[in-house]
Design a protein around this ligand. Structure first.
Ligand code: ADP
Ligand code: MG
Length: 256
C-alpha cells in the first residue's frame, strides 16, 4: 500500500520544504518510487528538485482547476525514482478561483487517486497556512508529518494544527493520522534547542521522530543548486540525518 504524507505546519520557515525535498530524495535513494507534490505557490520544492517552475504549463494549479490531467502534470526530477507535480506563483490564485466549486476539499485527492498505485510514497509539501490547499493535502494524505523548528515559539500554533488534523479526520478523511513531529534546525551549541525538544516532548502526546535534523549549512545551500542534499553533498550531516528520518518513516509505516 502506498503512503501519502502531507508535510504541514502553518508556520513559515520551519523546514517543511527542506523536509519534503530531502525526505523524498532519501526514500528514492532507498529504491522507493516516490512522487513529490508541491502545494506551495512559492514553488520551492519544484526549483529545489531542479525543475524550472516558470517554464511549466502543467502545474498543480492547472490540475486543481481541471485544465490538465494528472499524467500531464507529473515530471521527472534530478533524482532517479522521484517524480514531481510542480507548482508556481499561479497557485496563489487557486483558492479564490475554486470558490463555489463542489467538493473543493477533495479536488487533489480525486486526481491523485488515479496515479497513487504507481508509487510507494507520495510526499506533499504544504503552504504555510491552514488553507483550502492544506485541507486538500490532508484529504489526500494518509498521515501528516509536522516539522517543528527548534526555536522559542515552537509550540505556538501547534494546538491549532492538531485541531485541524482532528477535524479533517472526523469529517473528511477518517484514515488521516498524525505521522509524527520531527525537530528541525537543531543547534547543538545552544541550550535553547535542547530546551525546545524537552518542552515539546513533555507537552505533546504524539509520535516524535528520534531523528533530529541539525542546522546544517549544506541543507540551506542545496536548493540554490537545484539539488536535494543527497546529490549536493551526500556525506553531509544534513544528508545523513534525512536518510535516518527516511528509514524511520519506512519503519513507522510497517507498524501501522
Ligand atoms: P518552510 O517550507 O517551512 O517555509 P524551509 O524548508 O523553506 O521552511 O526552510 C526555511 C529556511 O531555512 C530555508 O532557507 C532553508 O534553506 C533553511 N533550512 C531549513 N532547514 C534547515 C537546516 N536543517 N539547516 C539549515 N538551514 C535550514
Ligand atoms: Mg515551504
Amino acid at each position: 500500500m502506498e503512503r501519502i504524507i502531507a508535510v504541514a505546519n502553518q508556520k513559515g520557515g520551519v523546514g517543511k520544504t527542506t523536509t519534503a525535498i530531502n525526505l523524498s530524495a532519501c526514500l528514492a535513494e532507498m529504491g522507493k518510487h516516490v512522487l513529490a507534490i508541491d502545494l506551495d505557490p512559492q514553488g520551492n520544492t519544484t526549483s529545489g528538485l531542479g525543475v524550472d517552475k516558470d517554464e511549466k504549463e502543467n502545474t498543480v494549479y492547472e490540475l486543481l482547476l481541471g485544465e490538465s490531467t494528472v499524467e500531464e502534470c507529473i515530471v521527472p526530477t534530478v533524482c532517479e525514482g522521484l517524480d514531481l507535480i510542480p507548482s508556481n506563483v499561479n497557485l496563489s490564485g487557486a483558492e479564490i478561483e475554486l470558490m463555489g466549486t463542489e467538493e473543493k476539499e477533495f479536488i487533489l485527492k480525486k486526481q491523485i487517486d488515479l496515479v497513487k498505485k504507481s508509487y510507494d510514497y507520495i510526499i506533499i509539501d504544504c503552504p504555510p497556512a491552514l488553507s483550502m490547499l492544506t485541507i486538500n493535502a490532508m484529504t489526500t494524505a494518509s498521515s501528516v508529518l509536522v516539522p517543528i523548528q527548534c526555536e522559542y515559539y515552537a509550540l505556538e500554533g501547534l494546538s491549532q494544527l492538531m485541531y485541524t488534523i482532528d477535524l479533517v479526520h472526523e469529517r473528511l478523511n477518517p484514515e488521516l493520522i498524525l505521522e509524527g513531529v520531527v525537530f528541525t534546525m537543531y543547534d547543538a551549541r545552544t541550550n535553547l534547542s535542547l530546551q525546545v525538544v524537552e518542552n515539546v516532548k513533555s507537552n505533546l502526546n504524539q509520535n516524535i521522530y528520534k531523528t533530529i535534523i541539525p542546522r546544517n549549512v549544506r541543507l540551506a545551500e542545496a536548493p540554490s543548486h537545484g539539488l536535494p542534499i543527497t546529490l549536493y553533498d551526500s556525506r553531509s550531516t544534513g544528508a545523513e540525518s534525512y536518510r535516518m528520518l527516511a528509514e524511520e518513516v519506512v519503519e513507522y509505516g510497517k507498524n501501522e
